[in-house]
Design a protein. Structure first.
Length: 367
C-alpha cells in the first residue's frame, strides 16, 4: 500500500501495537488506519476495519478521512505563509478585514488571538429552538428550520451571528477557549488577502508543495475518491451514518472540512518539518506556546497543541472529531517520530490509545 520505504519494527513492538487496534476495531466494523513514521520512514502502516460497511470496503492508507479539527493546522499554516510573504501580520485586527463587524471589541481581537483560541469570541451559533428564534429575528437565512441550519450551513451563515454579537466572554488574549468559528474567520481572511477562493489558494500554496495529491475540502456535491463514511451505533447496536447530513456543523472548511488520506498526511508532516512549506522560524512560531489550555501539561500555539508531559519529550499534536470521524496525529520532533490514527468511529479513547503508544515508544527507546 505505502509508497514510502517501510523498515521493519521489531516483531515485539509490532505485535504490541497490533493488539491495541485489533481489539478495538474488528474487521467487520468501522475502524482506523494507523501509521508510525521514524526518521522519515514509515515503520508501521496498517488498516483495521471498514471504510464503508455497505460495500465491505476495507480501510487502507489511501482511504480518505475527514480530519476534522486537524484541518486547523493547515489554515494556520496558510495564514503564517502570508505573514512570511509580508501580506499580513498576526497583529492585524479582525476589524481590518471585517468592517461589517461593528462592535468595538473587534478592534481588540487580532489574528494571533484567532489562531490561539484566545479571542474571547463565543460559539453562539443557534442550537436550541429558543436560540433559533433569536437568530432569525436578527439575521436573514436561507434555512427554514433549525435542523437544516445545523446540518447544512456553511461559512456564510455559520459566522453571521457575529454581526449581532454584543460582548466577548473574556478580554481578548487573557484566556483560552477552543472555538471553531474563529478559524472560519481565518479562512475568509486568506480569501480577502489573496483574492482567491480558500480552496484554490490552499491547493496552490499548501497542498501541491507538500505533494498531497488526494487532499481536498468537503463540498456536498464533490466526489471524493476512496472516501470513508463515519458511523455510530444506535441503541440496538446497528451502525448508522454519522457524517454530512447526520452530524451538526459538518460543512464548514477552514475549521474542519478537509478530507485527507493517511499517506497524504505523512507527506504533509514531512514537508512541514523539513521546512518546505514555511520557514523554520515561522514553523517554530506556530509550535511555540501562546496560552495554557484546560488539558494537563498542554498549551496551544497556532493550530497545534503542545504537550510537555513529565518523563516524555515535547509532543506537538492535534485531535479532531466531526460526526463520528475521530482523528489523532502527534509528533515528537526531538525524536523525529510521528504517528497518526484516522478513525471513522468515535467509541474509543484517543487519550488512552495515544498514551499506550507513547509508552511503547518510550519503553523501546524510540523517543
Amino acid at each position: 500500500m505505502a509508497s514510502f520505504p517501510v523498515p521493519e519494527f521489531s516483531s515485539n513492538i509490532e505485535s504490541q501495537i497490533d493488539n491495541i487496534f485489533t481489539e478495538k476495531f474488528p474487521a467487520s466494523q468501522p475502524g482506523a488506519c494507523v501509521i508510525i513514521v521514524k526518521d522519515g520512514k514509515i515503520c508501521y502502516d496498517k488498516g483495521f476495519g471498514l471504510a464503508e460497511i455497505e460495500t465491505s470496503t476495507p480501510i487502507t492508507d489511501i482511504t480518505s478521512f475527514n480530519i476534522c479539527s486537524v484541518s486547523k493546522q493547515f489554515t494556520s499554516t496558510g495564514i503564517l505563509l502570508l505573514v512570511q510573504q509580508g501580506k499580513l501580520s498576526v497583529d492585524d485586527t479582525v476589524s481590518k478585514y471585517f468592517p461589517n463587524l461593528k462592535a468595538p471589541f473587534y478592534k481588540d481581537i487580532t489574528i494571533s488571538h484567532l489562531l490561539s483560541h484566545t479571542s474571547g469570541l463565543p460559539d453562539w451559533r443557534p442550537r436550541t429552538p429558543e436560540e433559533w428564534e433569536t437568530y432569525i429575528s436578527k439575521h436573514q437565512t436561507r434555512f427554514k428550520t433549525l435542523r437544516e441550519f445545523k446540518l447544512y450551513c456553511e461559512e456564510d451563515e455559520s459566522l453571521r451571528y457575529l454581526e449581532s454579537l454584543e460582548k466577548t466572554v473574556f478580554k481578548p488574549g487573557t484566556a483560552y477557549e477552543y472555538q471553531n468559528p474563529t478559524y472560519q474567520l481565518l479562512g475568509q481572511i486568506i480569501e480577502k488577502v489573496t483574492g482567491k477562493s480558500f480552496d484554490e489558494w490552499m491547493n496552490q500554496y499548501i497542498f501541491r508543495p507538500a505533494e498531497m495529491e488526494s487532499t481536498c475540502y468537503f463540498e456536498p456535491d464533490k466526489v471524493i475518491k476512496n472516501k470513508a463514511r463515519a458511523y455510530s451505533q444506535d441503541k440496538n447496536g446497528v451502525w448508522q451514518y454519522d457524517d454530512y447530513g447526520y452530524a451538526n456543523f459538518f460543512g464548514t472548511k477552514a475549521d474542519g472540512g478537509m478530507y485527507v488520506t493517511p499517506l497524504d498526511f505523512v507527506k504533509w508532516d514531512q514537508a512541514l518539518f523539513n521546512d518546505k512549506i514555511l520557514s523554520r522560524e515561522m514553523r517554530q512560531l506556530a509550535h511555540t506556546s501562546k496560552i495554557k489550555t484546560d488539558l494537563p501539561y498542554t498549551d496551544y500555539g497556532y493550530g497545534w497543541f503542545i504537550e510537555n508531559r513529565p518523563g516524555f519529550p515535547e509532543k506537538i499534536y492535534h485531535t479532531g472529531d466531526n460526526g463520528s470521524f475521530f482523528i489523532y496525529e502527534g509528533r515528537y520532533d526531538s525524536a523525529n517520530l510521528f504517528y497518526l490514527i484516522f478513525a471513522n468511529r468515535a467509541d474509543w479513547s484517543r487519550e488512552d490509545v495515544s498514551e499506550q503508544l507513547d509508552n511503547i515508544f518510550k519503553a523501546n527507546k524510540l523517543l
